[in-house]
Design a protein around this ligand. Structure first.
Ligand code: SF4
Length: 334
């Protein structure tokens, strides 16, 4: 399916604009799409395949170093986070070089996004942020930046700096919102509540960069109705994209201990698929779906093991939406 659409846009190309409810009912559905995946958005934006290279800018997290709390989120293996230190330009350049080589062993593309991913990538002095982002963009194959952070770690001067970069290149700012429910945010030791996420979403309005949100489904104590409340709020916030993933446990985390003690339960794949379908139906049809499942390195993952079977999950989601005769946005009301 994928290869057939990586062609130059033709006049009647249904993918040349983001989907609407109407196009999901006809063209997109006929071509096998019931939600708007990231790679189509990037193809649309850049005219070809674009992939992300994960870069470690040497950050820590205010939820780990004691500025907000200590220990970090219960699901996060943050022992390797560095205290805020300067990472040499050459180290970033080497990470980019190696990342591109690794991807080019499997794919032929020449366009990449520099994804500052581990820890909180706006948690540092402005000059450090500027240097890291400039360094990534020095490589002509890097066509933009993706910056992962927390909703409580984007002061105005950081937003201004990101905006300055967004005037000259593609930038997406990813905010870990996870859920709108304060009880869950407290359970995971997130170190902020939903009012902070809400304020962050107000404060990023009108900027030139894209906004992506991370959401977790299957948090202990969250009913189906609560997860749909999160979906409704995400639809209201209307970010450019959303990453959905199931709660999963990796080694060396508090969640791993809770799982071993029988205090938490991970969703079964079938339950999760139904939830994702329900969630997608509530979102605007044009919102980019960056991810529909967790992405833990296999050697670190404890449970659930089914989230390594990404192809099976995608297939099951497609079949579920087909069975329901529904698609992203089919229950969205603005
Ligand atoms: S905010 Fe992000 S980086 Fe910090 S502890 Fe939580 S998951 Fe880890």
């Amino acid at each position: 399916m994928e290869s057939s659409i990586f062609q130059p846009h033709s006049q009647d190309d249904p993918f040349k604009t983001p989907p609407t409810r109407e196009s999901f009912r006809v063209d997109w559905k006929n071509l096998g799409y019931r939600y708007y995946p990231l790679y189509l958005h990037l193809k649309h934006r850049f005219g070809g395949r674009v992939q992300k290279i994960s870069l470690d800018g040497g950050f820590t997290c205010p939820n780990v170093d004691g500025t907000v709390t200590k220990g970090g989120c219960t699901f996060c293996d943050n022992r390797a986070f560095s205290p805020s230190r300067r990472v040499k330009r050459e180290v970033i350049q080497l990470q980019i070089q190696r990342g591109i080589e690794r991807l080019q062993r499997r794919y032929e593309n020449e366009m990449f996004l520099a994804y500052y991913q581990p820890a909180t990538n706006t948690y540092g002095p402005l000059e450090k942020l500027r240097t890291l982002w400039e360094t990534a963009l020095e490589d002509p194959r890097v066509v933009g930046l993706v910056i992962g952070t927390r909703p409580d770690c984007i002061p105005d001067e950081v937003l201004d700096l990101i905006d300055e970069f967004a005037a000259r290149t593609y930038v997406s700012l990813e905010l870990g919102v996870q859920t709108i429910h304060n009880a869950s945010l407290e359970w995971m030791n997130r170190g902020h509540l939903n009012d902070v996420s809400d304020q962050a979403m107000q404060r990023v309005q009108g900027r030139r960069f894209e906004i992506g949100l991370h959401i977790i489904l299957g948090l202990p104590g969250e009913s189906h109705a609560m997860m749909m409340e999160t979906a409704t709020q995400v639809a209201r916030w209307n970010p450019h994209s959303v990453k959905l993933h199931n709660l999963y446990a990796v080694h060396r985390t508090k969640l791993a201990d809770q799982l071993a003690a029988g205090e938490v339960r991970m969703l079964e794949m079938e339950e999760y698929i139904e939830l994702v379908a329900d969630f997608l139906e509530q979102l605007p049809p044009s919102m980019v779906i960056e991810r529909i499942i967790g992405d833990a390195p296999p050697k670190n993952l404890i449970a659930p093991q089914w989230c390594l079977r990404k192809g099976d999950v995608q297939k099951a989601l497609r079949e579920t939406l087909e069975r329901r005769q529904s698609f992203q946005g089919s229950k969205y009301s603005n």
